[in-house]
Structure formats: structure tokens, C-alpha cells
Write a protein of this length. Structure first.
Length: 106
């Protein structure tokens, strides 16, 4: 700990993430669209340390699918930005509402 104090804090963060609860948030929407940016801003404005966020543009050719193949099954709902909040390999119902997303992360 004395030799690498910052590494110790990173270790504690990793242990906290591993012990959970942790969340995976998949946002499906056009990256530059206003509603997508609103959803991202809401997520950034809330302290949720144990989360992984994936932004998936709609369409078949999204490059994120190469990295995370399972994201090919996530689509928009009502042609609007859609968020999927997942925990323990289970996703809650998708939503278009930033506040609903934040409620699911509590």
C-alpha cells in the first residue's frame, strides 16, 4: 500500500464492483441526437459508481456489435432513444424516460 497507494484505491473500487450490486446500462439511440444526449446527461448527473454504459447506435451495422455481440438484440422503442438497465444477466423493461432509468438504478 505504501509503494502504490493509488493502486490500492483502484483495488478497492474493483472489489466494490465485484461484490455488487453492479449495473449494465445500454442506451440505444443516435449518438448526436438531443434525446440521446439528454439520457446520457441524466446518467452522468447521478452518482452510480458500479455501472457499465454502452451506447449502441440503431441499425444493423453498429460497430459496438463487434465488441459486444449481444447488443444486436437491443432496439429502440417507439423510434426514440431507449435505455435498458440490466443486473445479474437480466434486463428490466426498456424505457424512453431518463427519470425511469435513474429509478431503475436505485
Amino acid at each position: 500500500m505504501r509503494q502504490y497507494p493509488t493502486a490500492f484505491t483502484q483495488l478497492l473500487s474493483a472489489v466494490d464492483f465485484g461484490l455488487g450490486p453492479s449495473y449494465e446500462v445500454i442506451i440505444v439511440g443516435e449518438p448526436d441526437a438531443k434525446d440521446t444526449q439528454t439520457m446520457l446527461a441524466a446518467l452522468r448527473g447521478q452518482f452510480v459508481p458500479n455501472k457499465i454504459v454502452l451506447l449502441r447506435p440503431p441499425g444493423e451495422d453498429a460497430s459496438i456489435v463487434e465488441l459486444a455481440e449481444y447488443t444486436k438484440f437491443y432496439t429502440t422503442l417507439n423510434d426514440r432513444v431507449t435505455v435498458y438497465v440490466c443486473q445479474n444477466y437480466f434486463c428490466k423493461l426498456p424505457s424512453n424516460d431518463p427519470q425511469k432509468m435513474l429509478d431503475l438504478l436505485k
